[in-house]
Write a protein of this length. Structure first.
Length: 516
């Protein structure tokens, strides 16, 4: 199973979800973490993240990254939204995260934020054929999206986030009527412009995501039933109840708001502008209720990751060993003949195992031989002529994660000598190796040359082989068809083998029959 941690650095809060990606390309959330850091406090007036808020956010991020890595989540995808993208020192903040945690943060645009939010919603709620309006109210921005079950149609990012609205329009609590009128006018103007730019003018429903909208739903449900909201996803909130809560919040002091059952104390100032945005949106779109969705940008990032990395994730499941997976990945990227390469690797390993009493090499060298065999024909990508030299270059300069530089040098050299010239100190790449590794390369290349010859036609006619030692070495080859070309090629490639093992080698072919 593949593990993925997603960190969402928002204006109001920092979230992390830990997910397991399943074989059918779905995922399961294993854990969630949230801390309301208020990173965006003051940023929309000063255009800068404050030292205090950055320090607070960095501490939270260190804790989350450590937690994820301790739980075995090495793959962490982090995104940052409006506060970081609008701050003049947002780049400095992102650089600090990289320096202190080694975590690369992608600062996403408002349009990309809308796309990812819609991805999360689309996979969580059965959308109708007709257009649906989706709203995500964050601390810095509001993402307004139109889509249906086919996909996203429009996406806009509006500067109507709850923290931004508090800073711009609500300097005191409770606000004056004048402040509320100014807030109302600004929200309506922004929403009208956005909705007016959409081709669709009527919507079948309005879906709200984010913790802000969820807390509105929690407060309203608790007031009506005396019980907590059992689940956020698909819960509905009526326009009349939003109006009622807005009116109460608008006239309440901080102390009175904190006494409201279900109200998150960390949202004591931001819940009022949230209700204003939701109410204005319902009124402007002619709808009477909101459906809550508990999936948004974080889940959207996971779905997006799965789509972008589908092939890689499949390879991880099929080839769990990271070193072998990267080797096979390089072979595939270079369009090397996979059936031939893997068959040659099997034959080379059989030769290695049956000559071990002579060469006395271990598992590490056996692995190098396998990797070189898988990669020996990658040079065809550049040119069939001298493809052995091109193979050396491609292996040497490819990012084979999991292999040390010295190992890559050895594998590249073995592949380089699978045909034509024998290893020589005249060749700079070979001469640079230690004397021990020069011996290893010679020996392993001698096995690879014969194994490659034994699949000269790429038809896998040689099914098995057995090695017998005497005054000379006999390699008995078990065939499934006419393999004169294979035997000829193997004999012509036996020169290095004879040099290394200091004995003549002869080949004998045994044709396998149905009765054998």
């Amino acid at each position: 199973m593949s593990k993925l941690a997603v960190i969402d650095i928002g204006t109001n809060s920092i979230h992390m979800v830990l997910a397991e990606i399943l074989p059918d390309a779905s995922f399961k959330i294993l854990d969630r973490f949230k801390d309301i850091t208020r990173l965006g406090n003051g940023v929309f007036a000063t255009r800068r993240l404050s030292e205090e808020s950055m320090t607070r956010a960095l501490e939270v991020l260190k804790t989350l990254v450590t937690l994820a890595r301790n739980k075995g989540f090495e793959r962490i995808v982090a995104v940052a939204t409006s506060a970081v993208r609008e701050a003049q020192n947002g780049g400095d903040f992102v650089a600090l995260i990289m320096d202190q945690m080694g975590l690369r943060v992608r600062v996403i645009s408002g349009t990309e934020e809308a796309r990812l939010i819609f991805l999360g919603v689309k996979h969580s709620i059965a959308l109708p054929d007709g257009p649906t309006l989706v709203v995500d109210i964050g601390g810095g921005s509001v993402e307004l999206i139109v889509g249906n079950r086919e996909g996203l149609i429009h996406g806009k990012s509006l500067k109507l986030g709850a923290i931004r609205l508090v800073e711009q329009f609500l300097p005191k609590t409770p606000p004056s009527e004048l402040m509320m009128h100014a807030l109302d006018d600004a929200v309506l103007a922004h929403l009208s412009d956005a909705l007016g730019s959409f081709k669709m003018k009527t919507f079948q429903s309005l879906i709200a995501t984010s913790g802000m909208a969820a807390n509105v739903g929690e407060v309203i449900h608790l007031r009506q039933t005396g019980r907590p909201l059992p689940q956020h996803n698909l819960a509905t909130i009526l326009l009349k109840d939003i109006r009622s809560l807005e009116a109460e919040l608008a006239k309440s002091s901080v102390k009175a708001r904190l006494a409201i059952p279900g109200l998150d104390p960390k949202r004591v100032d931001t819940l009022l502008p949230t209700t204003v945005v939701l109410r204005c949106l319902l009124e402007r779109s002619g709808l009477n209720e909101i459906t809550l969705c508990d999936k948004a940008i974080r889940e959207g990032v996971i779905y997006d990751f799965i789509v972008r990395h589908r092939e890689g994730l499949k390879a991880e499941r099929d080839i769990p060993d990271v070193r072998r997976r990267n080797v096979i990945g390089l072979a595939r990227r270079c369009h090397a003949p996979e059936a031939h390469s893997l068959h040659v690797a099997d034959l080379a390993l059989s030769l290695f195992d049956q000559t071990k009493s002579e060469h006395r090499l271990g598992q590490q060298e056996r692995t190098w031989l396998e990797y070189a065999a898988i990669l020996h024909d990658v040079g065809y990508l550049i040119n069939p002529r001298q493809h052995h030299k091109h193979a050396y270059y491609l292996i040497k300069h490819s990012d084979l994660g999991g292999l040390a530089v010295e190992e890559i040098d050895v594998v590249a050299n073995i592949a380089r000598y699978h045909r034509r010239a024998l290893p020589s100190l005249k060749h700079e790449a070979f001469a640079c190796l230690t004397s021990r590794l020069q011996r290893v390369v010679k020996l392993l290349a001698s096995l690879l040359r014969i194994a490659d010859g034994l699949d000269r036609t790429h038809f896998s006619l040689v099914q098995a082989l057995s090695v017998k030692f005497g005054k000379q070495i006999t390699i008995e080859v078990h065939l499934t068809g006419d393999a004169e070309m294979e035997l000829w090629a193997a004999k012509s490639r036996a020169d290095l083998f004879e040099q290394v093992f200091r004995r003549r080698v002869q080949f004998s072919g045994l044709l396998k029959t149905d009765h054998s």
